[in-house]
Design a protein around this ligand. Structure first.
Ligand SMILES: [Zn+2]
Length: 77
């Protein structure tokens, strides 16, 4: 995958990790479900250092937390 900042092809796939792995958690845990999280991966450019294409490994886990009503009103937060 080419770097979206400088166009270099010298990119590597990365994971976001602390000692136990850095995870994304929905800010609002709606519907009192069991807390969900997803590990994330991304792409890093070895030429300019850009980090891009950050993705949730399991985006479907967050589906129950989407507030569709807030989006109709014009956005959450
Ligand atoms: Zn780059």
């Amino acid at each position: 995958m080419r770097c979206e900042k400088c166009g270099s092809a010298a990119t590597v796939e990365i994971v976001f990790a602390t000692s136990g792995g850095l995870v994304a958690v929905p800010k609002v845990q709606r519907k009192k479900l069991i807390p969900k999280y997803s590990y994330m991966t991304g792409q890093a450019c070895t030429d300019c250092g850009a980090v891009f294409n950050i993705r949730l490994n399991e985006p479907e886990k967050f589906k129950p937390f989407v507030d569709y009503a807030a989006q109709v009103r014009g956005g959450g937060n």
